[in-house]
Write a protein that binds this ligand. Sequence first.
Ligand code: ATP
Ligand code: MG
Length: 361
Amino acid sequence: MVDVTVERLSKKFGGLNAVDDVSFTVPSGTVLTLLGPSGCGKTTILRCIAGLETATGGRISIGGDPVFDSERDILVPSEKREIGMVFQSYAIWPHLTVFQNVAFPLKLRSVGKAELQERVMAALKSVDLDHLHDRYPNQLSGGQQQRAVLARCLVYRPRVLLLDEPLANLDAALREEMRFELREVQQKFGLTSIYVTHDQSEAMALSDNILVLSGGSIISSGSPREVFSKPQHRFVASFLGGANLIPARIVVGRQGPPQIVGIDAAGALLVEGEGDVGLATTVSVRPSDVSLVPVGKTDPVAVTGTLRRVTFLGEVNDCVVEIAGCEIRARTDPDGQWQIGETVGIAFHPSRTYLLAAEDK
Ligand SMILES: Nc1ncnc2c1ncn2[C@@H]1O[C@H](COP(=O)(O)OP(=O)(O)OP(=O)(O)O)[C@@H](O)[C@H]1O
Ligand SMILES: [Mg+2]
């Protein structure tokens, strides 16, 4: 069992708290993704775990063994942590063949010739590169180069795999394919892994758990479904899926305790919630959970607005509707025939419309 546990980790660069009191556990054999915008501390956390950076405070243990503890003065050197790392840049040696690149870590460890041959070919096979073992890197595609880097990590059987935006240099189609390949390799080897990205769909596809970071601190954590579908905070809601954040206030909508919320200016009822009447709050709803409905054709429409923009994106239309000065984005059926400037009704998917936590307005 190779859990990774990080407790109260902090890293200061001069006056900057790049990592600020971060704690998490990666259960053995699972993938944790650190997700967040540029500069939020993702790489710094990975480097602290790898031992390439010395944290200012906190504790890190791998498989139950402490590798860093600021209070007990424990600092295990990087090469003794048995960690594999894959970075954004390919870091593959151009003058060595694929085989020689992958063999390198075993040569450093003085592994005998026969065993080396066998392990290198097995590692290459696991990433589907065995047939290209005698090629040089410049004869490989970007995705194949990145797979060679992965094989070079796997060949020495690390206890933990750290991946820092490994797919960032690949084109969109390849990136998507590699996501699944990475996940397959990780599961095949049952490798405890920490993955860094600022790409939300990559995080969703690859992870068992996600930590959302901002300014060196954890803002949200949980399974991809938990983090994505119930965003509690403004930052998470807008970072994941570009949700609409609609200013609202709590109004009494029916008998009983106040529990209906409406857009303040329009007075339209949006979502059921709980809170004190009159309280200003924010409603979060993703564009894909907002639909446009023709006015006057069907049942009375609760919320109407003016259609300001329609952008055809292939699979969907990206629409902007203005309601009482508030712009709401909707992703709708690309076949819908709408006129800019017309009055449209909008409907919100009720179970996917959320009130953000009050302290986070
Ligand atoms: N060696 C360093 N010296 C000083 N400041 C640093 C150093 N390394 C990182 N920082 C700062 O620490 C903060 C976190 O950096 P980090 O590289 O961890 O961000 P990141 O989340 O990986 O960002 P990106 O997505 O752009 O890679 C940033 O403000 C960065 O400028
Ligand atoms: Mg980084």
